[in-house]
Design a protein around this ligand. Structure first.
Ligand code: 5RP
Length: 233
């Protein structure tokens, strides 16, 4: 598949940050999958870590690969989370949630001492917004919430957003691990991501949005033959 070598090389670079004894947030998606597989190899070789998965999908993957997991409600400290992204800008601001796992991903990233993002170079952008911004909303009142989300996007400077309910291949709304719906917000460009994040957070019915601001200290872009590490302070 396109970009798989870049994704794998980003994941290989992230393995260097893992230390014995760490509790690790395990991200979701095709890039995070490489990390989980590589981590499983290290565990098989004797590395002692415990994982905290960010989705049911990653939980199944980690279990299948023999990575010891810790129930989220027993977590005292998460030393490091490694996760993918749909877009990352030059300040380490992200759009996440293409895989509908943004709520758990953000809870775990926010609780972590450090978040490392791993991605192929197609995710690197100057300004966020080409990728539709996922917003997780309660099923109750979602059409009302969608209108308020539209208003919040416009108020934060997005010219003509389009807000769509995410549907699966069966034509039914996608339901997240938390039992919510996803609104995909086509923005084109998000000129002021922190303002958009604040506006969305204020809308009743919005459970979480896919703008990750100030969470990723390190973003690793894989290439065909290595990886570029960008540190944001
Ligand atoms: C899931 C996510 C993923 O990290 C994001 O969609 C990137 O996925 P991939 O590595 O498959 O491109 O946010 O909710």
């Amino acid at each position: 598949m396109a970009g798989e070598q870049e994704k794998r090389n980003a994941a290989i670079a992230a393995i260097d940050y893992v230390e014995d004894g760490m509790t690790l947030g395990l991200g979701t998606g095709s890039t995070a999958k490489h990390f989980v597989e590589l981590l499983a190899d290290e565990v098989a070789d004797g590395l002692i870590v415990r994982g905290v998965p960010t989705s049911a999908q990653t939980q199944r993957l980690a279990e299948a690969h023999g990575i010891p997991l810790l129930p989220v409600d027993q977590v005292q400290q998460i030393h490091l989370t490694v996760d993918g992204a749909d877009e990352a800008d030059g300040q380490g601001q992200l759009i996440k949630g293409g895989g509908a796992a943004l709520l758990r991903e953000k809870i775990i990233a926010n609780a972590s001492d450090q978040m490392i993002v791993i991605a192929d170079p197609s995710k690197q952008v100057e300004t966020l917004g080409a990728f539709p911004l996922p917003v997780e909303v309660t099923q109750f009142g979602f059409t009302i919430t969608a209108k308020k989300v539209f208003d919040a996007l416009v108020a934060s400077g997005i010219a003509r957003p389009k807000v769509e309910l995410r549907q699966g291949a069966d034509g039914q709304p996608v339901v997240t691990d938390g039992g919510n719906f996803i609104l995909d917000c086509h923005c084109g460009i998000i000129p002021d991501a922190p303002a958009t994040a604040r506006g969305l957070a204020d809308v009743p019915g919005v459970v979480e949005h896919g703008l990750f601001i100030g969470l990723a200290r390190t973003v690793i872009f894989g290439s065909q033959d290595g990886a570029i590490v960008l540190d944001h302070t």
